[in-house]
Ligand binder design. Structure first.
Ligand code: UN1
Length: 506
């Protein structure tokens, strides 16, 4: 049991992170913890004019920061990673309070921030371009990567800090200031991150201009300022497909760049040769972890008909016995849904599934918290076919299970949804594995073998296709989206040959 009110713990945690924000602003924006449904703080929202001023400050900061050498920019991110390490427990607790995650998952999210910072520090010395063969004698051709400009970052409640950091760490080493609009459900984690970042800036010294990283606390109008401002070169937005449909065209209208990381409808396929015990554990974490509120959550499962009677009863048992509760007060593996609207959406989806002949196990509200908190038993739904709610993302712990008999058919069914983020196959058959990973296999940005759909590492590019938006963040060469590429051709001869053999003698 907690020995102090949640609001006191919130204030103490924020203070431990170094944030000085006033937490009880009369008439301010209320911050509700899904752990209990109580208001834990009230913060001053910013106005659209504040957001415009932040963008202007960032644009001025860019003029300085782009000229600071990459490895020196990396030094700031290295210091930030040190500060994150020192604040890991406090930041993780802030994530638990605001998003309802277990301490282990809260700390895991902060670890993702540390990991991407470490990655970005190395990257700060590797912002390479190519040298390219030219067709003209006495010429040299190369490409150079330059800082792009201000990066606007929009993030969702379910991962209140890691996606910001995937973007911010790369943007900063690439020479770009960042302006962050977090979800209005999780402003405190953002303010805490900003405070930790400012400690790194203080240690870094004068090379860091004012306004290198800023947070905008408030409603959608602030995101709109970022989306519409010609001074924001890149918008990286994480959230629902509905949000992406608004943001994408608005940014495209002004020829801005976008990285969209939107909804998923991630599936697993369990083949006859699978290691069933391993599959069971991977599915349990993928589908029930974070109370089904990850964009990578496993939402559909295709089980080969020959093993259906082995794995589905075992899954039912795991679902029936999983512990649900306040993860700051108990050892529960499954915390709360974010709010009542999420609960309603879950119940609606289950109702639709029932009407289509689905057999629902679990899914009911658990009385393990106050009336104002929404704890549910995760739902396992045996579906006769892939239809209705199975075709869309409901941000709650629902796993729809279906059988298959033919491998080609299951590949078709796997890809027959809007989302294209993450996917898994459980098999020890080499041919099935390779087909799943091939051009006619999973159409997702992430395709895994013998692990679940969630819990990606930062080293790979993160994102997906189709309604997931096509953006890639985090590792691999995702950094290129934060820079502009210039192709340079240099003539060191005394002649002026034209390309393609064109003659133009004057
Ligand atoms: C999200 O839910 O928006 O792969 C991000 C994962 C985490 C990131 C999830 N590393 O599950």
């Amino acid at each position: 049991m907690l020995t102090e009110p949640l609001s006191a713990l919130t204030a103490r945690t924020l203070q431990a992170c170094g944030a000085t924000t006033s937490l009880d602003v009369a008439g301010g924006m209320e911050v509700v913890s899904p752990l209990t449904g109580e208001t834990v703080a009230s913060v001053t929202p910013q106005s659209a004019a504040d957001a415009e001023a932040a963008v202007s400050r960032a644009a001025v900061a860019f003029r300085h920061w782009r000229m600071v050498p990459g490895p020196r920019r990396g030094e700031l991110v290295r210091l930030f990673a040190e500060e994150l390490r020192a604040s890991k427990e406090d930041l993780g607790r802030m994530v638990s309070i605001e998003a309802g995650k277990s301490p282990s998952e809260g700390a895991g999210e902060v670890q993702e921030m540390i990991d991407i910072c470490d990655f970005a520090v190395g990257l700060s010395r590797q912002l390479y371009g190519l040298t390219i063969a030219t067709e003209r004698p006495g010429h040299r051709m190369m490409e150079t990567w330059h800082p792009l400009g201000v990066v606007g970052i929009i993030t969702a409640f379910n991962f209140p800090c890691a996606p910001w950091c995937w973007n911010a760490a790369l943007a900063l080493v690439c020479g770009d200031p960042v302006v962050w609009k977090p979800s209005e459900k999780t402003p405190l984690t953002a303010l805490a991150c900003q405070a930790v970042f400012e400690r790194a800036v203080e240690r870094f010294g004068d090379d860091a201009p004012e306004g290198l990283s800023q947070v905008l606390v408030g409603g959608p109008a602030l995101g709109e300022v970022l989306t519409d401002s010609p001074s924001v070169a890149l918008i990286s937005a994480t959230g629902s497909t509905r949000m992406g449909r608004i943001v994408g065209p608005r940014v495209a209208e002004r020829f801005g760049r976008c990285i969209l990381e939107l909804g998923g409808n991630n599936a697993g396929i369990v083949c006859p040769s699978a290691d069933l015990d391993m599959a069971l554990r991977a599915i349990a974490f993928g589908a029930m972890g974070t109370a089904g509120q990850r964009c990578t959550t496993m939402r559909r499962l295709f089980v080969h008909e020959n093993i259906y009677d082995q794995i589905v009863p075992a899954l039912q048992k795991a679902y029936a016995s999983v512990s649900v509760g306040n993860p700051l007060e108990t050892q529960a593996l499954v915390g709360p849904l974010i709010d009542g609207a999420a609960f309603e959406a879950m119940q609606d989806a289950l109702g639709e599934a029932r009407a289509l002949g689905g057999r629902v196990h679990g899914g009911a509200r658990e009385s393990v918290g106050p009336e104002s908190a929404f704890y549910v038993k995760p739902a396992l739904v045996e579906m006769p076919e892939q239809a209705g709610p199975v075709l869309r993302e409901t941000f709650a712990p629902i796993l729809y299970v279906m059988t298959y008999s033919d491998f080609d058919d299951v590949l078709e069914a796997h890809n027959a949804v809007g989302g294209g983020l993450s996917s898994s196959i459980f098999t020890t058959d080499l041919r099935e594995m390779e087909l799943f990973l091939s051009a006619r296999g999973s159409d997702c940005g992430i395709a895994n073998v013998n692990i679940g759909t969630s819990g990606a590492e930062i080293g790979g590019a993160f994102g997906g296709e189709k309604e997931t938006g096509g953006g890639r963040e985090s590792g691999s060469d995702a950094w290129r989206a934060y820079m502009r590429r210039a192709t340079n051709t240099i003539n060191y001869s005394r002649e002026l040959p034209l390309a393609q053999g064109v003659v133009f003698d004057i």
